[in-house]
Write a protein that binds this ligand. Sequence first.
Ligand code: AMP
Ligand code: MG
Length: 359
Amino acid sequence: MTVQYARKETDSRRRWIGGVVALAALGGLAVWRPLARTDDAVHDFVGPTMGATFSVSVDEDLSPEERDRVRAVIDERLDLVNRLMSTYDPGSEISRFNAHESTEPFPVSQEVLEVLEQARDVSERSNGAFDVTVAPLVDAWGFGPRDRTGPIPDEEDLAALLQIVGYAGLEVDLAAGTVFKSNPGMTIDLSAIAQGYGADAVASGLSDLGLTSFLVDVGGEIRAVGARRTGRGWRVGIERPDGLGEVWGTVELADEGIATSGDYRNYFELDGVRYAHIIDPRTGQPIHSRGASVSVLHTSASLADAWATALCVLGPVDGYELARREGIAALFITLVEGRLEFRVTPAMEGRVAEETAGR
Ligand code: AMP
Ligand code: MG
């Protein structure tokens, strides 16, 4: 699959090692090795997807035929999510909806309806910090499918684009299976939720096959199901947000997902200012922090994904307060004067452990 989401092909390497890393599944990077799995009975499946990499680890005995079936289900689910949600594929459902410059209802699949409902929920709860209608701003700053050719957008450009940004202008009719725009120029970008959704979609496919112990990683957004044969949960690493690709700490997952958003994962710098790929839909500006990430644990990987992006927009003060109020399990890591500071919400208390060995 060559379909791209948030990143260009050339950027995909940085993306797939970003955020949360399935330690059990990635043996290729020296840094993860000390934490990698201890038994060889795990079946690993890896490949490219959504401009990033997926990996699935199954901690169960599988015959060669069962392995083939697992591989087929993974490919089928990820292909479907790409076909529906990629903004890099002009033929995807989302791209066709974006090209539909009309306020007439547009029929979409059950999967897209579901993602849009989840997105709306996080938009409402985050007061618009998460917003899939941010697409025109993502494009203007050069983080979409096309590279930015002109100068960075000025206040006037942003004011014009903000006219067609706003989740409230997107209506979903669940009964009719349609979506419509209040302004024909509106477009949407599902990059902040689709990888998490992909992880959930693969997980549900594998559960349907009868598997009970596996870990799915789509571009660093993770969903775990069941316990390992050792009786422990799936242990994954959380990356340091300073761009060095090292592990900050670990978390042991039960039946849940974890997602990370950060300013270090895709950005450009101009005149000493960092412009990260996460954009505040209320101002049109990219976040300007340097070395900040938010990881969210949630039973749904797509909601973890959306919340991680929302909290990244809001930052470690307002974001923390909202996550605490909403009962969201979140970890904020911030680089302050060369040192990493972290803070967890009460729901995250006791779940993450900072790796201090070797430092
Ligand atoms: P993530 O890595 O999950 O935080 O997703 C970041 C990607 O989502 C960006 O590359 C954009 O394509 C898109 N995006 C940026 N800002 C927002 C936002 N405030 N709400 C929703 N999607 C966003
Ligand atoms: Mg996200």
